[in-house]
Design a protein around this ligand. Structure first.
Ligand SMILES: [Zn+2]
Ligand SMILES: [Zn+2]
Length: 144
């Protein structure tokens, strides 16, 4: 493609906006690799896409359980459907949505507006006073 050079390096911020975060799950133990978290304890910094992992990458859980090395071949793309608020434990479930707030069942967490606010934290004056708005960045995917 002409003119496509010079775009090899894109910032992480830009990447999160233009490219969907793609997580991968190990078929054998259900371990989930998230590019948002990486595996810093193994030398894989946050922001590393699964595709960019070294060829000799292996599942950190299966290996630890004595199943031997499960390589990248043992992983498949995985989409979390439930996200939990780290502050209050509220769970957003894609299959339910939040119809009372205008988010129909089936609305993916990623598709919620950027100004989405935790419905539980949002009505707790103590939390809003201490933390301000509790938005999407305070939610983490549930692995199961
Ligand atoms: Zn595994
Ligand atoms: Zn909350």
């Amino acid at each position: 493609m002409p003119g496509s050079t010079g775009r090899a390096v894109i910032g992480w911020r830009e990447m999160t906006r233009v490219k969907k975060v793609q997580r991968y799950k190990c078929r054998y133990c259900e371990y989930v690799y998230s590019p948002l978290a990486g595996e810093p304890h193994r030398g894989i910094p946050a922001g590393t896409a699964f595709e960019a992992l070294p060829e000799d990458y292996s599942c950190p859980v299966c290996g630890a359980k004595g199943k031997g090395a499960i390589g990248k071949w043992g992983f498949e793309p995985w989409e979390p459907t439930r996200f939990r608020c780290k502050i209050c434990g509220y769970v957003y479930d894609k299959s339910r949505g939040e119809p009372h707030r205008g988010f129909a069942a089936g609305t993916a967490f990623e598709d919620l507006p950027d100004n989405y606010q935790c419905p539980v934290c949002g009505i707790d004056p103590k939390i809003t006073a201490a933390l301000g708005k509790v938005g999407k960045e305070q939610f983490e995917p549930l692995m199961i």
